[in-house]
Write a protein that binds this ligand. Structure first.
Ligand code: UD1
Ligand code: CA
Length: 461
């Protein structure tokens, strides 16, 4: 049994925000979301005996918002109405802890913690021992210091504000993350006192209690310092964002992706890639995005929940959301591809083209300044510049269908519901409001008159 307790009651005063700190995002996901997902992946990696994991989240400031966002079957919320210290916070969760369980304590504002590290910590807990995650810091200011005896055994933690000069020299800091038996916590936590520099109930005081009972305190370390960095202000949030993105970029390059500049790359979700993908600068990937083999993404593109098949080129400044793009398509520059767009092989969407709920057939071209919405377009269709599907009458949406090999002249308005037949042609500048049959020419525009001898008006004096 594993009972995880995530501390998330703090206000986060230095964020200067009306949003509770743990709801602030790193890589597009609330910090608490990172912690809970890590905890869940830890459970998946445990052996069957330990796999019975429960998540407890201690909340206080902005508790309704946190609760609303993270409501889930495997999460219990515990309220800490007054923030009297980390020990007091864990105390609030005591009624939820199961006798015989290992308790893992995490922090909602330390989002990059990794499940491998937590696995080591949990494995360190026995009847005779507990696990403590510590880290060697070049500047340990603000951290509790790890006190060791002559044999190098951990004996206590002293908080920065309670430390003497000698203790302040210690570089080994407490990350706050620890794993301990529930039954030990039940015994120790009621014994905590707030007789210290901050008048708080320090969770860290249980280390000395453990040592006095003859328990062995196993100090484990994170693979990287970034894992245990907390967020107290916007600067730290931005720094963690960069760490995260850098890691993500490194992994992609390891997987064979060309990133023109890994410093100017942002992934806020799950990006899956084929081989020989190239991504130019300032692209943002959100939600689930997959890029097939040989896909090229130009500068300044935003791709959200979409899949791009092999050989497709996305030119700069395009936004693609909720779309399925086929092989060897050509999109942009400056295209806006909205949800429900499906492009078949070899289709083209050019500059200043917007699509929404549109099926566009193989090899069809929509090259310039066009809006295609609620439409089914066949194969080999050419949609001229400035074409608009008028899909909305102010109340309802209607559908436009265009058959294979149709040719839509420039600056046409197709007033839905309307069908344009196979091989049909629409004269440029037409407003088409009734169906056009296969291979017919539809023209609907004012006839041209040329007036000879026409004189321009002159200014009257
Ligand atoms: C704590 C540790 C310190 C460690 C540091 C690492 C204690 C006494 N000190 O100090 O040894 O080096 O973290 O960052 O544990 N929280 C609550 N309720 C409370 C108090 C805190 O939920 O009553 C939550 C906060 O929201 C935060 C976390 O616990 O997520 C840590 O609290 P914080 O006040 O930042 O502790 P530190 O003083 O930084
Ligand atoms: Ca802190």
């Amino acid at each position: 049994m594993l009972d995880i307790v995530v501390l998330a009651a703090g206000k986060g005063t230095r964020m200067k925000s009306s949003l509770p700190k743990v709801l602030h995002p790193v890589a597009g996901k609330a910090m608490l979301g990172h912690v809970l997902d890590c905890a869940r992946s830890l459970n998946d990696g445990l052996n069957a005996v330990n796999r019975d994991t429960r998540l407890n989240v201690v909340i206080g400031h902005g508790s309704e918002l946190v609760e609303e966002r993270f409501q889930a079957e495997d999460v219990s919320f515990v309220y800490q109405n007054e923030q009297l210290g980390t020990g007091h916070a864990v105390q609030q969760a005591l009624p939820n802890l199961r006798s015989g369980a290992v308790v893992l304590i995490l922090y909602g504002d330390v989002p990059l913690i990794q499940s491998d590290t937590l696995g080591k910590l949990v494995a360190a807990v026995t009847e005779e021992s507990m696990g403590l995650l510590t880290v060697e810091l070049s500047d340990p200011t603000g951290y509790g210091r790890i006190i060791r005896d002559e044999q190098g055994r951990v004996t206590a933690i002293v908080e920065q504000k309670d430390a003497n000069k000698e203790q302040l020299e210690i570089k080994e800091g407490n990350t706050g993350v620890m794993a301990v038996l529930a039954d030990d916590l039940l015994r120790w936590l009621p014994e905590l006192s707030n007789d210290n520099a901050q008048n708080e109930y320090y969770l860290t005081d249980i280390i000395a209690m453990a040592q006095q009972e003859g328990k062995h305190i196993v100090a484990e370390h994170p693979a990287s310092e970034n894992e245990v960095l907390g967020v107290n202000n916007r600067q730290q949030q931005a720094a963690l964002e960069r760490h995260f993105q850098k890691q993500c970029a490194e992994q992609l390059m390891t997987d064979g992706v060309t990133l023109i500049d890994p410093e100017r790359f942002d992934c806020r979700g799950q990006l899956t890639v084929g081989h020989d993908v190239t991504i130019d600068i300032n692209c943002i990937f959100e939600g689930d995005v997959s890029l097939g083999n040989n896909v090229e993404v130009g500068a300044n593109c935003q791709l959200i929940n979409c899949s791009i098949a092999d050989g497709t080129v996305i030119k700069p400044n395009s936004i693609i959301e909720g779309a399925i793009i086929g092989e060897v398509c050509d999109i942009g520059p400056f295209a806006r591809v909205r949800p429900g767009t499906v492009l078949a092989r070899g289709a083209k969407l050019g500059n200043f083209v917007e699509t929404k709920k549109a099926n566009i057939g193989e090899g069809s071209k929509v090259n310039h300044l066009t809006y295609i919405g609620d439409s089914d377009i066949g194969k080999g269709v050419n949609v001229g510049a400035g074409t608009i599907t008028c899909n909305y009458d102010g109340v309802n949406k209607f559908k436009t269908t265009i058959g294979d090999n149709a040719f839509i002249g420039s600056n046409s308005s197709l007033v839905a519901p309307v069908n344009i037949g196979e091989g049909a042609t629409i004269g440029a500048g037409s407003t088409i409001s009734s169906h056009v049959g296969d291979h017919e020419l539809g023209v609907a525009r004012g006839k041209q008159r040329n007036i000879q001898g026409w004189k321009r008006p002159t200014k009257q004096s």
